[in-house]
Design a protein around this ligand. Sequence first.
Ligand SMILES: [Zn+2]
Length: 160
Amino acid sequence: MSSPTRRRAHAGPSRGRRGLLALGISAALVRPRRAPAAEPIRQPAAPGPEAFMARAVEMREVALAGGDQGYGAVVVRDGRVVGEAPSRVVTAGDPTAHAETEAIRDAARRLGTRDLSGCVLYSTSPPCAMCETAAYWARIERLVHGPALADSGAPRYGGC
Ligand SMILES: [Zn+2]
């Protein structure tokens, strides 16, 4: 456990709320994002790669039904779906809200950690370079994509 002095030395001088406001920086910008109340994830009756990909395809259907791009993804750890998401690029107006990245964010929120070691990311399409890099930083173990369950192995930094 680091002392406050040591933490300050590492993170730079603490400006405090008044210091941020003096710099024209809203305190809301540095406040951690709160996780919205997540509904429990419905687990497949017979867990396995086909069932996990089927759930990713369901997420794709959710995206299409909502008027978004046709992509879906799930994150699996120890045989359980721990994160899932459709593409939200159009509905959220966020060019980075690809299904894979959204599923990674969902898993991190639900598990309460940014370390997704041991997780497998199932995606309806081959992940783009951004999503593969996000999986790398999240320490996702393997990428599996497409209805044929193609195994892309471990994510690579900046790989594509
Ligand atoms: Zn992507």
